[in-house]
Design a protein around this ligand. Sequence first.
Ligand code: NAP
Length: 336
Amino acid sequence: MTGTVNRVWHLAARPTGFPSESDFELRPEPVPSPGPGQVLVRNEVMSVDPAMRGRMNDVKSYVEPFQLGAPLDGGAVGTVVASRSGDVEAGQSVLHGLGWREYALLDAARVRVVDTTAAPASAFLGVLGMPGLTAYAGLLDVARMRPEETVFVSGAAGAVGTLVGQIARLRGARLVIGSAGTPEKVRYLTEELGFDGAFNYRDGDIRGQLKRLAPDGIDVFFDNVGGEQLEAALFRMNLHGRIAVCGAISQYNTPDATGIRNLSLLISKRLTMQGFLVLDHWSRREAFMEEMTAWLREDRIKVAETFVDGIDHAVEAFLGMLKGANLGKMIVRLTA
Ligand code: NAP
């Protein structure tokens, strides 16, 4: 049944440094009604992503910043509860971009119908969604990983990282190693996900840890973290190695970014270092979905997800994700 109140998270203040709960406000609004061509969706799960932190700054980027005092948005999956479109029916599950609220009103063209009998709704925000395609396209197209290569992924226990390591293994990497921020995550990577080695970056001597785990050097570095892990990896890259720069989460909440002091190694080692955005790789979605769906069906990929329950805990989930409270994809469940 459709309720009468729609709770919606707004950006109350632009964070400086690490965000705090007071930068956000949960406001009650009336549940809207669809106009012609529109659908009303009751959100069931929503995503919290590192990129949302960037959108809280008032800077020009590849996506518009969140507006002060306005609702936040982001990936969500829910059920259509009212439709005035011939293309989408009430009762269908849809993926769309208006999370951070209980009910979303959208033009039908802005939702994608998903089959939640084939995979749970949360999968379309993780393994079968944006983070999955990021891992797939970043590793195979940007870093051009080939069989028998050694792959290092930073942020390996997160949504993207857990998939990068597993895809590397399935595509024939010789050695897969990863970094994460707790001993439990490190254990999970090697014992559950089949990484050959993993280390806790908080233990220090990252360069030494990389040397210990990949004594013959690194061919492909999938970087989610930046900063000192990038600098350490540059020292350990092999000739003609490739670095896919996916993210730099160690730098998102600090006004003083860490400078990389050894970029001249790009020259002597003939390295390729390429930043990328998943939105430039949608053309690979079909190939990705086909291969990932088969791996899931054959039980060859493990899905890691961390759930936080309730719209009122969405900010807690977001801040938790930025601090590493998640194993795999951080998801907020809005309905029991
Ligand atoms: P995630 O890894 O699931 O969650 C973020 C993780 O970052 C946390 O769990 C935490 O794990 C780690 N972290 C936080 N602060 C850190 C620090 N100072 N040093 C090292 N690790 C830190 O997030 P995700 O959605 O998979 O995203 C991973 C990265 O990919 C992010 O940088 C994101 O911006 C980027 N990304 C890029 C694209 C693209 O199109 N280029 C698309 C999606 C995501 P620990 O416990 O291990 O610290």
